[in-house]
Design a protein. Structure first.
Length: 219
């Protein structure tokens, strides 16, 4: 609406553009903000198109009328039954869009929550597996040894074996966590694209509905 009125600013002036918006808003139904936007957009398209018809008619008749074209078209629209018809047509046009967006948003949020829960479960499982492996591991040279072997200094070997085993388990844990994180991110991206696609389709249908309203109620 603002863009269409902008084209008239040089001829109508800023104050009159404010008046036009006020007049159209006064005709808007007491509905949702989106319904009011759709109603105003449809009305401005109708009025703007009719102003060209008035221009052609004036030029053909060589009419010297000085009233701004958009002002005349606005007054004719406000006095016509089309204003009420547009208000009545808005709600059925907007409702499918709002429902589609709400459904897509809910599905996305549920999917993200499920992915987050699965990721937390995978991390918890990897952490538990790591801790259990470290706790219950039997390293080389661990346990009861013959008396003659007990005198041999195996501690450095035992320590190295323990450290190597723990490193391998820590790496396995990190790999599992990294894999789970990548799966979560990929899943969230796919769900975001699906949501965006659903919203885009709903938006296209809404735009189509606005154009149909404008065409069905031309002056």
């Amino acid at each position: 609406m603002a863009l269409l009125i902008y084209f008239q600013k040089e001829r109508l002036g800023e104050d009159y553009c404010v008046e036009i918006r006020s007049r159209l808003l006064s005709a808007a139904s007491d509905s949702s903000p989106l319904e009011n936007i759709v109603q105003l957009t449809s009305a401005v398209v109708i009025i703007f198109e009719h102003s060209f018809y008035i221009f052609d008619k004036r030029r053909y008749l060589q009419d010297k009328e000085s009233d701004p074209l958009f002002h005349v078209a606005l007054e004719q629209y406000m006095a016509s039954p089309h204003a009420a018809a547009v208000r009545k047509a808005v709600s059925p046009a907007v409702r499918p869009y709002e429902e589609a967006v709400a459904t897509a948003t809910y599905a996305y949020e549920e999917a993200v929550r499920t992915a987050a829960y699965a990721y937390e479960e995978a991390v918890a499982t990897a952490t538990y597996a790591y801790e259990e492996a470290v706790r219950t591991a039997v390293y080389p040279y661990q346990g009861n040894l013959p008396a003659w072997m007990a005198k041999v200094p195996f501690e450095p070997f035992k320590k190295k074996a323990k450290e190597a085993f723990e490193r391998s388990q820590a790496k396995a844990k990190e790999d599992l966590e990294r894999s789970a994180a990548k799966e979560k991110e990929a899943f969230e991206r796919s769900q975001a694209k699906e949501k965006e696609s659903s919203c885009s389709r709903a938006e296209a249908e809404l735009i189509k509905a606005v154009l149909e309203i404008a065409l069905d109620h031309r002056l």
